[in-house]
Design a protein around this ligand. Structure first.
Ligand code: ATP
Ligand code: MG
Length: 139
């Protein structure tokens, strides 16, 4: 089934000049970039984005990190893209990530792990509408 997911190149990925590297990997697969922009979240906006993690031990730290610099946010579309993009990213902890994944190749920290991807259709819908309006992302 054709679906959409939200991808973020996190502040560490932008700082380390990995925007092109991540986009190249996305475009090398059967998935299309439907929308793309660079944003910088405030601490409160990062809290809103990661609201599902509120109360977890890493919540303060990860929301500080996500608001520490610019991110590139993208909407990807394709068959089964939510799962396939998460496979491309690799496991949350780069140490557990499979060979050849973005996190395995580039991440050096469990928190600063280069990329984000939605984890379900419901999350994808919330996350896409968090960043993109109807002008930026036609139906
Ligand atoms: P993301 O939601 O960013 O795509 P994920 O779905 O693989 O990552 P989540 O469990 O949703 O992982 O965690 C969200 C983010 O919080 C992680 O990507 C990472 O930056 C940070 N994080 C998660 N677990 C930890 C942890 N144990 N210690 C530090 N940071 C963590
Ligand atoms: Mg997640």
């Amino acid at each position: 089934m054709k679906e959409r997911t939200l991808s973020i190149i996190k502040p560490d990925g932008v700082l380390r000049n990995l925007i092109g590297e991540v986009i190249k990997r996305i475009e090398g697969r059967d998935m299309t970039i439907k929308a793309l922009k660079m944003i910088r979240m405030t601490k409160d906006q990062a809290r809103g984005f990661y609201a599902v993690h509120a109360g977890k031990p890493f919540f303060e730290s990860v929301t500080d990190f996500m608001s520490s610099g610019p991110c590139v946010v993208m909407v990807l579309e394709g068959e089964d893209v939510i799962k396939r993009y998460r496979e491309l990213m690799g496991a949350t902890n780069y140490k557990d990530a499979a060979e050849g994944t973005i996190r395995r190749e580039f991440a050096v920290d469990i928190e600063k792990n280069i990329v984000h991807g939605s984890d379900s259709p419901e999350t994808a819908q919330f996350e896409i509408s968090y960043f993109f309006n109807a002008l930026e992302l036609p139906k």
